[in-house]
Design a protein around this ligand. Structure first.
Ligand code: RB5
Length: 141
């Protein structure tokens, strides 16, 4: 599966590590950033969200310091359900219950192993549908 990934400077190092760790399992389109030089997270969250919302990629991954800035930007987009995940249970539940199509991670608050486990759980879990579909249908204003 090909997924799209982006980070700001705070998430850059983790983004690079995750691309290497998952190189045999996922194909990545990387929208940047490409260094630790300070950048603005909306400049990465919005273009990535447009590509996921438009159907170019089934899933996206966004990483910043807390994850909150990326999630706030992504969730402005129709058809985007971005979930901030800091452990494996939340990563599984955000797929099962919320049908998240963007995984957001807080690079300054999780270690590399946790991030990798979060990715494993997110990408191996299906949406449960049923009562959760009804709730997801009520998200959009
Ligand atoms: C960058 O310093 C930091 O504000 C950003 O990575 C993120 O945490 C914003 O939500």
């Amino acid at each position: 599966m090909k997924v799209i990934i982006a980070s700001d400077h705070a998430g850059y190092e983790l983004k690079e590590r995750l691309k290497i760790m998952f190189s045999g399992k996922l194909e990545f389109e990387d929208l940047g950033t490409f260094s630790e030089e300070s950048v603005d997270y909306p400049d990465f969250a919005h273009p990535l969200s447009e590509k996921v919302a438009g159907g170019e990629f089934p899933y996206g991954i966004l990483i910043c310091g807390t994850g909150n800035g990326m999630a706030m930007c992504a969730n402005k987009h129709e058809h985007i359900r971005a979930g901030l995940c800091w452990n494996t249970d939340i990563a599984r539940l955000v797929r099962q219950h919320n049908n998240a199509n963007i995984l957001v991670m807080p690079a300054r608050f999780i270690d590399e192993k946790t991030a990798s486990d979060i990715m494993e759980n997110f990408f191996s879990t299906d949406f449960e549908g049923g009562r959760h579909q009804r709730r997801v249908d009520k998200i959009n204003l």
